[in-house]
Design a protein around this ligand. Structure first.
Ligand code: SF4
Length: 400
């Protein structure tokens, strides 16, 4: 399915949900406690930048605002946003999102703007980050109860933990299967499933994931790859790659896509336009809307729910708000080295400070392993598409 087709399908699904009376809370930063909204009886939906959005209202934003949030703001100002029960903005992640949240509440008085503030302390250093975020989540929970008169229901929370865990388990399996054999399922299909679930986390999007997992599982069993896939999944979650054994007949080149809030589906569509490019070359992405969300650990039911949700949110791998730079670079080097990666495409959202801060360190870390890299500045409209495609093509030639 084309990128545009996937977007249309997601929007149509969202409209159906609204028509059926579901109350939807949108969120922009992907690492949020989905279980919290479900416990209060809401459907959380990841709101994203869209290609082809006409801008013209950007003068309200600060000059440092990135192309991603300019796109979101223009969607709202153009009337392209669906009516949501509320919209959650993060605090303490980046200046652009802070600015967007501030301006949104001033310009769009009727929208219910919610905030969740994140700690800026490396996870695992001590438990102060977890305690801080747990308290923020508890305050958000109180606000949801008061504002909408919808209390936090323990039975809803328990069901939500199981439901979201199924999403993580299933999509982690699909990502890991592609590491062992990228041809087993296309990258576009995996990221389409992830996107659909994050936009409309319903039983039907979950059952599509389960059917695909079962199909890939059968193929893997026939090929004798199931154990290797399980080993990769455990290795990525634990950071210990000692038991990983890759097959001898790997397709080459093996490429990883690194970056932050870049749309995986847009990357797949871009790559598919390039002559001689095969989706099997993309072994893995390390993007916020892909890998970092998929490999987030689920809350454990034995913990207090707010502590458990905070731990879960902070477990998103490679997330700058949660982990220090050297920790992230070492984790990425382990992954590149042990998964036999030859090329790294570093995507940078235009005018994104976090991406631009991170990219030189990623390049340096990859260079230490002799992994070739290319930096690609992108915007949600892929406005420089022709030039980007040419650069990727030249990059592929260097890998060959
Ligand atoms: S793309 Fe970068 S600057 Fe823009 S909202 Fe995301 S992290 Fe912030």
């Amino acid at each position: 399915m084309s990128y545009e087709g996937v977007i249309e399908q997601s929007i149509a699904g969202l409209k159906e949900l609204l028509k059926s009376g579901e109350e939807i809370i949108g969120y922009i930063y992907p690492h949020v406690p989905l279980e919290l909204f479900m416990a209060h009886g809401f459907t959380p939906s990841l709101v994203r930048a869209l290609p082809g959005v006409a801008s013209g209202f950007e003068e309200s934003l600060q000059t440092f605002a990135c192309s991603y949030i300019r796109n979101l703001y223009s969607q709202r100002a153009n009337g392209q946003f669906l009516t949501l029960a509320g919209l959650l903005f993060p605090g303490n992640t980046c200046d652009s999102l802070q600015n967007l949240g501030d301006i949104w509440s001033v310009r769009f008085h009727d929208d219910r703007v919610l905030r969740l503030t994140y700690p800026v302390i490396r996870y695992n250093q001590d438990d102060s980050a977890t305690k801080f975020l747990a308290e923020e989540i508890r305050l958000l929970s109180e606000k949801l109860s008061k504002l909408y008169n919808r209390p936090f229901l323990a039975e809803n929370y328990d069901a939500a933990v199981d439901f979201v865990q199924e999403f993580h388990n299933g999509t982690q399996f699909l990502y890991s299967a592609r590491v062992i054999q990228p041809e087993i399922i296309s990258y576009s299909e995996v990221v389409r499933l992830v996107r659909t679930f994050l936009t409309i986390p319903t039983a039907s999007s979950m059952s599509e994931i389960k059917e695909t997992v079962s199909m890939v599982q059968n193929k893997a069993d026939e090929l004798g790859l199931s154990d290797s896939i399980e080993t990769v999944q455990k290795a990525i979650l634990s950071g210990d790659y000692t038991k990983v054994k890759l097959p001898d007949d790997l397709v080459s080149p093996r490429i990883v896509i690194a970056g932050g809030m870049v749309e995986p589906q847009a990357i797949a569509s871009l790559m598919n336009e390039i002559p001689n490019f095969s989706e099997s070359f993309i072994v893995l992405d390390l993007l916020s809307f892909g890998f970092k969300t998929v490999f987030t650990k689920s809350p454990t039911k034995s913990d207090d729910p707010f502590i458990a949700m905070a731990k879960s949110v902070l477990s998103a791998p490679g997330e700058p708000t949660h982990e220090g730079l050297s920790y992230r670079m070492n984790a990425m080097k382990d992954l590149l080295e042990n998964l036999s990666i030859q090329g790294l495409i570093v995507c940078e959202q235009s005018f994104c400070d976090p991406d631009q801060f991170e990219a030189p360190s990623i390049e340096k870390a990859a260079c230490e392993l002799d992994v070739r890299t290319i930096r690609l500045p992108l915007d949600p409209e892929l406005s420089d598409r022709g030039r980007i495609e040419t650069r990727i093509q030249s990059f592929l030639e260097t890998l060959e």
